[in-house]
Design a protein around this ligand. Structure first.
Ligand code: FAD
Length: 296
């Protein structure tokens, strides 16, 4: 039986592996799928990287750091989980495994606009398409910015970006009309609205261009996608843990879920989706796990 299994090989899961490896805990980490961190063209808000760091560079250096410790990494998906006496049994692509403690660092998926994947990924790498104003609105100061979304989320994101840029337009998707309150909130916040958008987005030189249903087009320096996220909380649900309305996993001060011995860290828990925060969760959860196991 493992002392602990970590599911997810993003910044949160890899940090957890480093902590548990240094606590000499028998640990295995399962990593499948592309971490959200792998999309980051260059992060500039992570302390310790004065010139910024790309997502792939960060993940690679964390994996190398983890390699110094006796933690087994399996590039396999965990497909199911049940509670057993004294721990958990997981189904994985490589077969079943049992563990005393379980850490879910499974992240979330951003809902992308309906555009071809290659175009989308190119836009993200060039900073023409962005997802996280907290991470990089600093970089769009004085630019002409679009926010793709509707409802309170788009209003909040628009307000946030307006702090950095004068010219901010909310481009609402065709399938998600704004109600009167939404329209009023946007204009009160000094944001423009671009209606009837067919989610026809193209890259043209250094601009991102939105084509509207009425034939008009508008070019922006950057477009923030505010269409929401889908948390990867299936394993927590299967284990009977409480989930929030948005599908995230609520945790206590030690990052433990409503199921004893089941911990959750990083983007998948309710709260701020930031690398530093996920790394902090890993420190808190793994120290609690180590102390709990010392007591057994
Ligand atoms: C374009 C972009 C720019 C960003 N810029 C910044 C920035 O500058 N600063 C910052 O702090 N944050 C930034 N972020 C946010 C940051 O990427 C996330 O906060 C961070 O990646 C969360 O780490 P995580 O480990 O929780 O999740 P992730 O990085 O998403 O990793 C979770 C991993 O778990 C895997 N997984 C899920 N289920 C299973 C399973 N059943 N079995 C095995 N593996 C599984 C997933 O496939 C994924 O690989 C940015 C995000 C984007 C998209």
């Amino acid at each position: 039986m493992q002392d602990c299994i970590i599911v997810g090989g993003g910044p949160a899961g890899l940090s957890a592996g480093i902590y548990l490896g240094r606590f000499l805990r028998r640990t295995r980490l399962y990593a499948a799928g592309r971490p959200r961190a792998d999309h980051i063209p260059r992060s500039r808000n992570l302390a310790g990287w004065p010139d910024g760091v790309t997502g792939p560079e960060l993940l690679d250096s964390m994996r190398r750091q983890l390699g110094h410790y006796d933690v087994e990494i399996r590039d396999e998906r965990v497909t199911g989980a049940t509670q057993i006496d004294g721990g958990f049994r997981l189904e994985t692509e490589g077969g079943p495994v049992e563990t005393r403690m379980l850490v879910l660092a499974t992240g979330v998926t951003n809902r992308p606009p309906r555009i071809p994947e290659a175009l989308h990924d190119e836009g993200v790498q060039r900073g023409l398409i962005r997802y996280c104003p907290i991470c990089d609105a600093y970089e769009v100061q004085g630019r002409k910015v679009a926010i793709l979304g509707s409802g309170p989320h788009a209003v909040a994101e628009g307000r946030f970006v307006r702090h950095y840029a004068e010219d901010v337009t909310v481009v609402r998707p065709e399938h998600a009309p704004l109600d009167d309150d939404g329209e009023r909130a946007l204009s009160e916040a000094g944001l423009k609205i671009l209606p009837s958008h067919r989610e026809a987005i193209r890259l043209e030189g250094e601009k991102i261009v939105v084509d509207m249903a009425d034939g008009r087009s508008e070019a922006f320096d950057t477009l923030y996608v505010a269409l929401g996220t889908d948390p990867h909380s299936d394993l927590a649900r299967e284990l009977g843990a409480d989930l929030s309305e948005s599908g995230c996993i609520p945790v206590d001060a030690h990052c433990e879920t409503s199921v004893p011995g089941l911990f959750a860290i990083g983007d998948v828990i309710e709260g701020l989706d930031q690398i530093a925060y996920g790394m902090g969760h890993a420190a808190v959860a793994c120290t609690a796990i180590h102390n709990r196991l010392l007591g057994r």
